[in-house]
Design a protein around this ligand. Structure first.
Ligand SMILES: [Zn+2]
Length: 95
Protein backbone atom coordinates (compact mmCIF):
# COMPACT_ATOMS: atom_id res chain seq x y z
CA UNK A 1 0.00 0.00 0.00
CA UNK A 2 1.22 3.47 -0.82
CA UNK A 3 1.75 6.03 1.94
CA UNK A 4 1.28 9.54 0.58
CA UNK A 5 2.13 12.77 2.35
CA UNK A 6 -0.66 15.28 1.88
CA UNK A 7 0.92 18.79 1.89
CA UNK A 8 -1.65 19.89 4.51
CA UNK A 9 -2.41 16.79 6.60
CA UNK A 10 0.77 14.73 6.59
CA UNK A 11 1.37 11.09 5.75
CA UNK A 12 -1.65 8.83 5.38
CA UNK A 13 -2.49 5.45 3.83
CA UNK A 14 -3.46 5.27 0.16
CA UNK A 15 -7.04 4.36 1.19
CA UNK A 16 -7.70 8.02 2.12
CA UNK A 17 -6.86 9.21 -1.40
CA UNK A 18 -8.27 9.00 -4.90
CA UNK A 19 -6.03 8.87 -7.94
CA UNK A 20 -6.79 11.64 -10.43
CA UNK A 21 -4.65 10.70 -13.40
CA UNK A 22 -1.73 12.39 -15.06
CA UNK A 23 -0.87 15.92 -13.93
CA UNK A 24 0.39 18.87 -15.97
CA UNK A 25 -2.00 18.13 -18.84
CA UNK A 26 -3.21 21.27 -20.57
CA UNK A 27 -6.78 21.34 -21.89
CA UNK A 28 -6.94 22.41 -25.55
CA UNK A 29 -8.65 25.65 -26.53
CA UNK A 30 -12.14 25.82 -28.03
CA UNK A 31 -10.64 26.17 -31.51
CA UNK A 32 -8.67 22.91 -31.21
CA UNK A 33 -9.04 20.28 -33.91
CA UNK A 34 -10.64 16.87 -33.41
CA UNK A 35 -7.16 15.33 -33.44
CA UNK A 36 -6.00 17.64 -30.64
CA UNK A 37 -9.13 16.89 -28.59
CA UNK A 38 -8.84 13.13 -29.03
CA UNK A 39 -5.16 13.31 -28.06
CA UNK A 40 -6.10 15.24 -24.92
CA UNK A 41 -8.94 12.87 -24.01
CA UNK A 42 -7.48 9.47 -24.84
CA UNK A 43 -3.67 9.57 -25.02
CA UNK A 44 -1.96 9.60 -21.65
CA UNK A 45 1.62 9.03 -20.60
CA UNK A 46 2.39 5.55 -19.29
CA UNK A 47 6.08 5.71 -18.40
CA UNK A 48 8.26 3.10 -16.79
CA UNK A 49 9.82 5.37 -14.20
CA UNK A 50 8.85 8.81 -12.96
CA UNK A 51 5.18 9.67 -13.47
CA UNK A 52 3.63 12.99 -12.47
CA UNK A 53 0.11 12.42 -11.20
CA UNK A 54 -2.75 14.09 -9.32
CA UNK A 55 -4.16 12.80 -6.06
CA UNK A 56 -7.19 13.93 -4.04
CA UNK A 57 -7.20 13.61 -0.25
CA UNK A 58 -10.78 12.43 -0.43
CA UNK A 59 -11.19 11.30 3.19
CA UNK A 60 -9.09 14.11 4.64
CA UNK A 61 -8.85 17.77 3.70
CA UNK A 62 -10.49 17.29 0.27
CA UNK A 63 -7.69 19.05 -1.58
CA UNK A 64 -5.82 18.05 -4.75
CA UNK A 65 -2.05 17.87 -5.01
CA UNK A 66 0.62 16.47 -7.33
CA UNK A 67 2.91 13.51 -6.76
CA UNK A 68 6.02 12.43 -8.66
CA UNK A 69 6.10 8.64 -8.29
CA UNK A 70 8.23 5.89 -9.78
CA UNK A 71 5.84 3.46 -11.46
CA UNK A 72 8.24 0.55 -10.97
CA UNK A 73 9.24 0.94 -7.33
CA UNK A 74 6.34 3.18 -6.18
CA UNK A 75 8.92 5.43 -4.53
CA UNK A 76 7.58 8.97 -4.04
CA UNK A 77 10.09 11.60 -5.20
CA UNK A 78 8.06 14.76 -4.68
CA UNK A 79 4.70 15.96 -3.37
CA UNK A 80 3.71 19.49 -4.35
CA UNK A 81 0.69 21.72 -4.58
CA UNK A 82 -1.47 22.17 -7.67
CA UNK A 83 -0.24 25.01 -9.86
CA UNK A 84 3.40 24.50 -8.95
CA UNK A 85 5.89 23.60 -11.67
CA UNK A 86 6.92 20.02 -12.27
CA UNK A 87 10.02 19.37 -10.11
CA UNK A 88 13.26 18.43 -11.81
CA UNK A 89 14.10 14.97 -10.54
CA UNK A 90 17.58 13.70 -11.32
CA UNK A 91 17.71 10.32 -13.02
CA UNK A 92 21.40 9.73 -12.22
CA UNK A 93 20.91 7.12 -9.49
CA UNK A 94 18.58 4.90 -11.54
CA UNK A 95 19.15 2.45 -14.38
ZN1 LIG B 1 -5.05 16.43 3.25
Amino acid sequence: MLRLKCPWCGTRDELEYSYGGESHVTRPGLDASDVEWSDYLFNKENPKGIHYEQWLHKYGCGRWFNVARDTVTHEIYAVYEMGQAKPDIAMTDRD
